[in-house]
Design a protein around this ligand. Structure first.
Ligand code: SF4
Length: 387
């Protein structure tokens, strides 16, 4: 056994004995993890393809260049597993941007503090206008999104969340990382899911892209999914911003993170997303580009790695990619998304969007496209009464 393989195996065992995931990452060797996927062979790929229960090492084989000739086999298996586990459906949701105010400096984001843009935090009336506009489109699952600032924090969330939840069956948030007791309080007033994307698991690169503000605290963000799990939140969402670092190594780290969380918070459901860096105000050039074909490989590998995982596809991706993605393994899609506060209501004040979306088709068009792929559209896939 090579030294690197031994290191990876050792790391795979370690989450059973550590507490927060940051304790694991401090022991992880980025280079060894990179060499792990770089060293995978056809034999490793075939072994992984034939297994029912995959390790992180098997996942590494499936995302490696050695798996590229087997892409069609991977996609076919991904489609079959998704149908078996989730049925013939794709669930639709809408993001609701409540605020673009942010006290952080992230090199890839239009909301960064130093960008001279018009800032807007929606008030009660504006939120109700957005809610009404989103409801008219048929959505019953909503994702609340904000920048990260003390002005848009717990008091604002506690005031607004029940009023929004009154209109939707399922409510998730993608906001600044919070403390465990804060997640518990939000759960008690209707919060169902929390997404906290780590962006990259490489500390050095993370610090190069998160220059100022609370988000530059790598460990606090990394351990947020542990706190969400401890708070008993129903769904925990993970993601890396594909392009900031070697996408294969970051994906292996996220696979390890998922296993760590699943061992501890087995009552929660998990989701992953695949955001690729998109053009934005003051944006950056990606360090590690992931092609469409490689993204398909990554998505199929995730489904083979975990059959129960919810997988989400956003409007960052092109209509063509989303068209083909419907059958591949996704369970959830956003549609007709607006990435600026007040974006849905007619006559609302204009504020800068966080990033350019790529698929701006209407909800009706997306629903038609999904049905043309032999899938049914679901507006509500879960109810608190079911848990
Ligand atoms: S990515 Fe989030 S935290 Fe960073 S600048 Fe944008 S909104 Fe703020």
């Amino acid at each position: 056994m090579s030294e690197n393989v031994a290191k990876i195996r050792l790391l795979e065992q370690s989450p059973a004995v550590v507490g927060q995931f940051s304790e694991w990452i401090d022991k992880a060797d980025w280079q060894a993890v990179t060499e792990c996927h770089q060293g995978k062979t056809t034999r490793d790929v075939l072994r992984a393809l034939g297994k029912d229960t995959l390790s992180v090492e098997d996942f590494a084989a499936l995302i490696s260049p050695a798996a590229e000739p087997y892409l069609l086999d991977m996609v076919a298996k991904s489609e079959q597993l998704t149908l078996q586990r989730f049925g013939n459906i794709v669930s639709l949701f809408a993001p609701l941007y409540l605020s673009n105010t942010c006290a952080n400096e992230c090199t890839y984001c239009g909301f960064s503090m130093s960008n001279a843009i018009r800032r807007l935090t929606l008030n009660d009336t504006q939120i109700q206008q957005e809610v009404a506009a989103i409801k008219r489109k048929g959505f019953d699952h909503i994702l609340l999104v904000t920048g990260e600032t003390n002005k848009v924090s717990m008091p604002y969330f506690e005031q607004m969340l029940p009023k929004i939840k009154a209109h939707f069956s399922q409510l998730s948030m993608e906001v600044q990382p919070l403390e465990t007791d804060e997640y518990q309080r939000l759960k008690s007033i209707g919060l169902d899911g929390v997404l906290v994307y780590q962006e990259t698991y490489r500390r050095k690169t993370y610090l190069e892209h998160h220059l100022r503000g609370n988000k530059s605290n790598f460990n606090f963000r990394l351990d947020a999914p542990d706190r969400i799990g401890q708070a008993g939140i129903h769904k925990i969402g993970l993601g890396v911003l594909l392009g900031l670092e070697d996408w294969r190594t970051d994906s292996m780290m996220m696979a390890q993170h998922l296993r760590h969380l699943q061992k501890r918070y087995w009552r929660s459901r998990f989701s992953v997303a695949f955001p690729r860096i998109r053009p934005c105000e003051g944006g950056i050039v990606p360090k590690s580009l992931i092609s469409d074909r490689q993204l398909v490989q990554l998505i199929a590998a995730w489904r083979l790695f975990d059959r129960d995982l919810e997988m989400s596809l956003s409007t960052r991706e092109s209509p063509e990619f989303r068209h083909h993605g419907v059958r591949m393994g996704f369970t959830t899609m956003s549609a007709e998304s607006k990435t600026q506060p007040g974006g849905y209501a007619e006559g609302a004040e204009e504020a800068l969007e966080q990033f350019e979306i790529s698929d701006d088709r209407s909800v009706a068009d997306i629903a038609t496209m999904i049905r043309s792929q032999g899938r049914e559209v679901v507006w509500k896939d879960w109810d608190p009464a079911l848990s």
